[in-house]
Design a protein. Structure first.
Ligand SMILES: Nc1ncnc2c1ncn2[C@@H]1O[C@H](COP(=O)(O)OP(=O)(O)O)[C@@H](O)[C@H]1O
Ligand SMILES: [Mg+2]
Length: 157
């Protein structure tokens, strides 16, 4: 796993800018993305903004009670998972299904992927979000696999 860059977001507008850049670099091929961070870090907020920049028309809501939400109205399908309620045992039962969501030309965003104690044998982007204060967040972007290294490198320019 390669750390590609860190972005300090001073407020939600900054996060919107990085979500916009992110939506552009993943547009060509799609991406499988794991989001890490405590409750309130901004995993759902980031996903909402990325969906907005992909022109998703539906209201994007947290999938914490339903496990997955899917949005098909934008430039590419967006699948938004939150594994928190499944906990480790439940996640084991859906790992195969989760892998199917790593197919090309879709965007899959997974909150609480740490509940899959099985190492996901997948090329993927990992985004670690850290709460600094009420409006400030630290975003660390990691790539697993060459394809995603290249995609994230594009975000730096
Ligand atoms: N710089 C920022 N980036 C992202 N979210 C922020 C930022 N500053 C404040 N927030 C707020 O933090 C909260 C994050 O909540 P949420 O996205 O639901 O967290 P999580 O999904 O990680 O539990 C939102 O209310 C959001 O508006
Ligand atoms: Mg959330």
């Amino acid at each position: 796993m390669e750390k590609i860059f860190t972005f300090i977001s001073k407020n939600l507008d900054d996060t919107d800018i990085i979500a916009s850049k992110f939506s552009k670099v993943i547009l060509k091929e799609g991406a499988f993305v794991c989001l890490y961070g405590d409750i309130g870090a901004g995993k759902t907020a980031f996903t909402k903004l990325v969906a907005k920049h992909l022109d998703v028309k539906e209201k994007v809501t947290s999938p914490s009670f339903v496990i997955i939400n899917e949005y098909l109205s934008g430039k590419m399908p967006v699948y938004h998972f939150d594994l928190y309620r499944l906990e480790k045992e439940g996640v084991r039962t859906i790992v195969d299904e989760l892998m199917e969501y790593s197919r090309p030309n879709v965007l899959t965003m997974v909150e609480w992927a740490e509940f899959s104690d099985i190492e996901l044998p997948l090329d993927r982007i990992e985004i670690k979000i850290e709460y600094v204060d009420e409006t400030v967040r630290n975003f660390d972007f990691y790539a697993v696999g060459e394809k995603y290294e290249k995609i994230l490198e594009e975000m730096k320019s």
